[in-house]
Design a protein around this ligand. Structure first.
Ligand code: ZN
Length: 89
């Protein structure tokens, strides 16, 4: 089982760190999220880490509506062509 080490054990921190984003984006199953929270209650290092990631995620989410390419920029990017310069080969 993938979840065996999530709540404790040597690899628990590595496992938790690898799932921070899944946790923050609510992509973990209820059972996995429970184990995740259990580990955070017991492990201050991971709690700090998740806190930082959570702050960043919240900030990004807040900024997202503004990060929309204007129609003209979108058109320019879409119509861009890559030119290979012979002198660089
Ligand atoms: Zn930990």
């Amino acid at each position: 089982m993938m979840n065996d080490n999530l709540a404790g054990g040597l690899d628990a921190c590595a496992l938790v760190l690898s799932r921070v984003h899944a946790f923050l984006h609510c992509e973990l199953s209820a059972e996995e999220a429970d184990l995740f929270r259990q580990h955070l209650n017991a492990c201050e290092a991971c709690l700090t880490n998740v806190d930082v990631e959570n702050t960043i995620t919240t900030m990004l989410r807040r900024c997202q509506p503004r990060v929309v390419a204007s129609p003209s920029l979108r058109l320019r990017v879409v119509s861009m062509t890559v030119t290979i310069r012979p002198e660089l080969s």
